[in-house]
Write a protein that binds this ligand. Sequence first.
Ligand code: ADP
Ligand code: MG
Length: 257
Amino acid sequence: ARAETDILRVSNLEKRFGGIVAVDGASFGIERGSLTGLIGPNGAGKSTTFNLITGVHRADAGRVIFQGEDVTGLGPQQLVGRGLVRTFQISRELSGMTVLENMLLAFQGQLGESLWRTVTPGVRGSLVEQERELLDRVWETLELFEIDHLAHEDAANLSGGQRKLLELSRALLTDPDMLLLDEPMAGVNPTLEKKLLDRIHELRSQGYTFLLVEHDMDVIMNNCETVIVMHQGQVLSQGTPEEIQGDERVIEAYLGG
Ligand code: ADP
Ligand code: MG
């Protein structure tokens, strides 16, 4: 019964880099509408797993099932189109562009085609209409994350926390069903951290599904209803924060390195 409510299922995922087995037969399911934490010691394979799920890396073996469909081998942009998006710890695109311009980047490669289709005589009105709706959404999202006052600021000048808010805002614009967040709280001060977590909980109650990798154990244990623990490329344990904290193997993995 549980599998039917899973928005995402990965089975026997494998990824090697030369002689290193980064992900070694990982399997787990993520329930729709849940907030799940993915934890594990450094080098456990968390980021690689994210990259396999979101099509950044191609798996050597295993399957990724999203919303009941096999999406194994699809690229990041195709997955975004299906409602699966990840935030990146970005910096590359940020510099030299304003917050607003960064937000508009979210539509790259998605709306482009449909927008161009409407650029023909007679339907220009609908293009203007679409652009207006798009801009409305951008501003609404900036307001939701309380960074609208920074819209014309060079994104390079944002604090670490504001940058995280921008990353999440931008991911949201792609109209996702599920968001994967890689260390969303890194470099975020307590005030912004609370703001970010509030937004995540709010979005969750609206039906969005979240999977997050986060080093801050308090964040994971106080906010996630399910925690997946990886160790040496494998899923060591999956359960509630209470179950995870009482799991001898988990404690050993962290202590033993
Ligand atoms: P985590 O995010 O849990 O810290 P990673 O998924 O980043 O772990 O890394 C898992 C293992 O794979 C590590 O041993 C790491 O050094 C290795 N690894 C990750 N990405 C690459 C890569 N692009 N090339 C070579 N080795 C990699
Ligand atoms: Mg990592």
